[in-house]
Design a protein around this ligand. Structure first.
Ligand code: ATP
Ligand code: MG
Length: 511
């Protein structure tokens, strides 16, 4: 049996891994069998980034809601009819937990009649072979891949294949999904799938798509890495107008969208992971009328996404105002304000701000001010015993950073002049070696005689080694989740970095 758990663990981000463990343990405590399914399994195997976690449980996932909330999950929507829970797990990890169900389609386009089922039965109602796999998270079979339609082979062959001839008739939203996946992965439709797709298109099955499916498709666009490419493909296939009759690529603010995705990339490189989804929807629909936008919002199932999209402009205005006011009168105050702001807002404002001063401040926050950290003289601080082990270290380091930001300390000499009076007293000298130790050393020396001068040299070198020094700061920021809990302004990133080796050493000891 291939060890898919290993593959899963190396492919998931640490936050996603924690999310899997959390949901798995809660399901286990509730005595429900649980599986990782859908796109998460596909992406683990194919090597594409894992966007969200899809779980399937044998039982009702809504029963897990309270425990999940207690563990820090935020429920975005709970659908008792479809037995589906959409949530955000700690660390901004999107997840969906669905019940294993079988579906019986009675009328084209009408929702199917569902009933509880086993996981294998559930996989039969999936859209494409590559999405019809499940990875067991249960104690007896953890890591077992269930792949009744040979999805792994289709991943290998890079094709999108439906499970049966009626796939598009049963659920015409699969036509849009097929286009979306084909566009995202650059995988073609398998030959017979293509023929069914074409015939479904000619017979206009799409007319029977239901509102929930439309809403889900709009929602999914927000999370695509290259939404413009997907929108273009949807337009080409004539599905975009299904999502909204007035939607075309001409209604997209392409420059805004490109700027957004570029800025998001830059923020990612600095360690921030803002959720761009609300802003993506904002730019994708920039030139649509209010009524069309309101109609689309009504259909999106994830209400947290809709709210965030609605609030974008007001929140950005608010942040811009604060950045223009007293609260951001100095660089250090601006640093504090932006460190505490939600990364989503900083991202959106960075792209949409009209005031030059606001844009400049955000730019400084991400570039120039980060470089100020390089000026913190860590070697000299170590010599002064100002090291992360010292309880006052965070405050002193923060003060230096603040003064440097505001231009109140300009040179190394000025920094040292500021630091010297604050330095702690040097630690007491190490106790002299014990008699036994001395005798043993003497015996050793007798066995392997070394020139006296060399021994002395070594002894001296040992005494000269400074206290464990902090690594040089980098311009990267710490993870924004951490920022939110402990604003970077209170403890600049350089300082957080500096305390890392200590944690590592601890971890090693435990192992
Ligand atoms: P993504 O990476 O976009 O999240 P995904 O395949 O996980 O891709 P989701 O919309 O998250 O897509 O759906 C999760 C899973 O639910 C799918 O992989 C598929 O197995 C199943 N699914 C979703 N929509 C349909 C549908 N219309 N018909 C059949 N199965 C579906
Ligand atoms: Mg998914």
């Amino acid at each position: 049996m291939a060890d898919y758990i290993y593959t899963m663990e190396i492919r998931l981000t640490p936050d996603q891994q924690r999310g899997v463990t959390l949901v798995q343990d809660i399901a286990r405590n509730a005595e429900m069998n649980i599986y990782l399914t859908g796109g998460a399994v596909r992406d683990i195997i194919s090597g594409f980034p894992i966007r969200d976690l899809d779980f399937t449980v044998q039982g009702n996932p809504l029963k897990l809601q309270k425990e999940l909330e207690r563990a820090g999950a935020v429920i975005a929507s709970a659908d008792d009819d479809l037995k589906t829970l959409s949530l955000v797990l700690p660390g901004n990890v999107r997840a969906e937990i669905s019940a294993a169900l079988t579906e019986r389609y009675e009328k084209v386009g009408k929702p199917p009649i569902v009933s509880p089922a086993t996981i294998i039965e559930d996989l039969r109602r999936r859209d494409f072979t590559v999405n019809a796999m499940a990875l067991s998270l249960n104690p007896g079979s953890r890591g077992l891949l269930m792949d009744p339609f040979n999805g792994a082979a289709d991943i290998e062959a890079k094709v999108i294949r439906i499970l049966h001839n009626y796939a598009f008739v049963e659920d015409p939203s699969r036509l849009i999904r097929a286009t979306r996946f084909a566009a995202r992965f650059h995988w073609p439709l398998e030959e017979r799938t293509q023929a069914r797709y074409q015939s479904a298109k000619e017979n206009n099955y799409i007319e029977h798509i239901n509102d929930r499916a439309i809403g889900l498709e709009i929602e999914q666009l927000a999370y695509e890495d290259d939404p413009l490419h997907i929108v273009r493909m949807l337009e080409k296939e004539e599905w975009l107008k299904v999502l909204n009759p007035h939607w075309t690529t001409a209604k997209v603010d392409t420059a805004g969208l490109a700027h957004l995705l570029k800025t998001r990339q830059q923020m990612n490189e600095l360690g921030y992971t803002p959720d761009p989804a609300p802003a993506v929807l904002y730019f994708l629909t920039s030139r649509l009328g209010d009524k069309d936008i309101a109609d689309m919002r009504k259909l999106i199932p994830r209400k947290d996404l809709v709210e965030a999209w609605k609030d974008l402009e007001d929140n950005a205005k608010d942040l811009a105002k604060r950045l223009m006011g007293k609260e951001a009168a100095t660089p250090s105050r601006t640093w504090k304000l932006l460190s505490e702001a939600r990364p989503e807002m900083t991202l959106f404002l960075a792209v949409t701000a009209r005031q030059q001063a606001v844009t400049q401040k955000i730019k400084n926050f991400f570039t120039k001010w980060r470089q100020v950290q390089q000026k913190i003289p860590l070697p000299e601080m170590t010599e002064l015993h100002i090291t992360p082990q010292w309880p006052q270290y965070p405050k002193v380091a923060k003060d230096v950073f603040t003064l440097l930001l505001d231009g109140k300390l300009r040179s190394r000499t000025e920094i040292l002049k500021f630091l010297k009076p604050l330095a702690p007293p040097p630690p007491p000298p190490p106790p002299p070696p014990s008699k036994r130790g001395r005798a043993a050393k003497a015996a050793l020396a007798a066995q392997a005689p070394a020139p006296k001068a060399k021994v002395e040299e070594k002894k001296k070198a040992k005494q000269d080694v400074p206290a464990p020094s902090a690594p040089l700061p980098t311009v990267k920021a710490s993870a924004p989740e951490k920022n939110r809990k402990k604003p970077a302004a209170k403890m600049p990133p350089a300082i957080k970095r500096a305390s890392k080796p200590k944690q590592k050493a601890k971890g090693k000891k435990r192992r």
